[in-house]
Ligand binder design. Structure first.
Ligand code: MLT
Length: 259
């Protein structure tokens, strides 16, 4: 089943991959700024945003990466710059594993290459069971807001209200799929040295999920990667949209993308 695709603008294609409990609308600020001159393609994970429910197969990001490639093929999109945040970064690594020739640049925000510890895998599986048992995602809304946003951003209605709205739009099946797929993901650390396209890595100094040191170490392992640290929490593109837009615009400028 193809996921929902939101296709805006014309030019070189840029694929935006959202974070856990978010959806394609997480990238609204970036698409508003960048779609004048770029083709911004956004995908909703199964069970999130406008996408259909997940399939019955064993949940994996590799499975979803195949569906993303099918969605690009259906639109005759060959090579893309990939911009992924957090889970979207894990998915970007799955795409790189499957089809590096389709990727002309990689921007990775607030993400990591390592797999889960046993404890965080257990937490993910517990959340998957909880939302399935409840037939509702309501119990995860406030805990996720507290993890995803810095304290300052949690006090800003224009940031926090849409974040709550996106979490509530995810179905229990979508949340359970994403958690099980992330729990199953492999360690991608060994892949980093193979990334031979331009790379931009962004970290948030108040990120409660992935510390800057971890993101910095990942950037160091990618040949020639640029690294930027912003004063924000885990959802850098929502907390500091202009700063992220500026970094992406400079990184994605056609002159820099010649390959
Ligand atoms: C995300 O923001 O995509 C997730 O919180 C990442 C994770 O749970 O590892």
């Amino acid at each position: 089943m193809l996921p929902a695709v939101h296709d805006t603008g014309a030019g070189e294609a840029v694929l935006f991959l959202h974070a856990f409990t978010m959806d394609a609308s997480q990238w609204d600020h970036q698409v508003a700024a960048l779609s004048d001159g770029m083709r911004c393609v956004r995908i909703d994970l199964w069970g999130c945003g406008m996408s259909p429910p997940p399939p019955d197969d064993e949940p994996s990001l590799d499975g979803f990466a195949s569906a993303v490639l099918d969605a690009l093929n259906a639109r005759d999109i060959d090579r893309v710059a990939v911009v992924g945040i957090s889970m979207g970064g894990y998915l970007a690594f799955a795409l790189w594993r499957r089809a590096p020739e389709r990727i002309r640049a990689l921007a990775l925000c607030n993400t990591r290459a390592t797999a889960d510890s046993d404890a965080s895998r257990d937490d993910r599986l517990a959340m998957a069971r909880q939302v399935e048992r409840d037939h509702s995602v309501e119990s995860i809304v406030e805990p996720m807001v507290a993890r995803l946003l810095s304290p300052d951003a949690q006090a800003e209605a224009h940031i926090v209200d849409p974040v709550r709205g996106r979490i509530r739009r995810c179905t229990p099946a979508g949340i359970a799929f994403a958690q099980r797929a992330m729990a199953n993901r492999p360690d991608c650390s060994a892949l980093l040295a193979s990334i031979n396209v331009p790379a931009l890595i962004i970290a948030g100094t108040e990120d409660a999920i992935i510390a800057t040191q971890e993101v910095h170490a990942m950037a160091d392992a990618i040949p020639g990667a640029r690294y930027a640290e912003l004063a924000c929490g885990h959802l850098s593109n929502l907390e500091l949209p202009r700063a992220v837009n500026d970094h992406l615009a400079a990184f994605l400028a056609p002159a820099r993308m010649a390959s």
